[in-house]
Design a protein around this ligand. Structure first.
Ligand code: ADP
Length: 169
């Protein structure tokens, strides 16, 4: 008799060892926290299928904000940017997945929310560059660098998500 309930065999550990798996640093900026958008923003990354590996609410010290944005030091808006990021708590997150760095940038949308496509976080939820609710690393190298800056090693978790075989063939 044919077994119609034959279970599938999944090997999730193979997924985690794949080369395309990247890490990105996503941060909900103080305006996103103040506006009550934390759940909304986390949901978008969860629903896409990425894996959360680090999460905390954090009051950012000035030195860390300056280090994080050091490439923008010469910009006229730099002091205002540091004041903004350190003005109130942020939500720090590490996300993992295949192509997560570029995909997260797409989910976030253009730097100026007025240019961000509808359907993106900034396109749907923000109006000004100086209050654009969320940060996402712009390269895999910066993803690693920024996760290292914002998290202690013990704050990150490696775990196998039960949905992985349904996301990745
Ligand atoms: P993104 O965050 O999209 O990677 P950038 O790396 O260019 O963009 O800039 C980092 C952050 O600096 C922006 O998200 C925004 O908060 C701030 N910023 C950039 N340009 C301006 C500007 N012209 N005026 C005010 N803030 C700015």
């Amino acid at each position: 008799k044919r077994n119609v309930h034959r279970p599938r065999i999944f090997l999730p550990h193979l997924v985690a060892s794949m080369e395309e798996v990247e890490q990105t640093y996503i941060m909900i900026k103080p305006d996103g926290v103040q506006r009550g958008l934390v759940g909304e923003i986390i949901s978008r990354f969860e629903r896409k299928g990425f894996k959360l590996t680090g999460l905390k609410l954090f009051q950012c010290p000035k030195e860390l904000a300056e280090e994080h944005y050091k490439d923008l030091k010469s910009k006229p808006f730099f002091p205002k940017l540091i004041d903004y990021i350190t003005s109130d708590p942020v939500v720090c997150m590490a996300w993992e997945g295949i192509g997560v760095v570029a995909s997260a940038r797409k989910l976030i949308g253009a730097t100026n929310p007025l240019n961000a496509e509808p359907g993106t976080i900034r396109g749907d939820l923000a109006v000004q560059t100086g209050r654009n609710v969320v940060h996402g690393s712009d390269s895999p190298d910066n993803g690693k660098r920024e996760i290292g800056l914002w998290f202690e090693e013990g704050e990150l978790c490696a775990w196998a998500a039960v949905q992985e075989p349904w996301l990745i063939e």
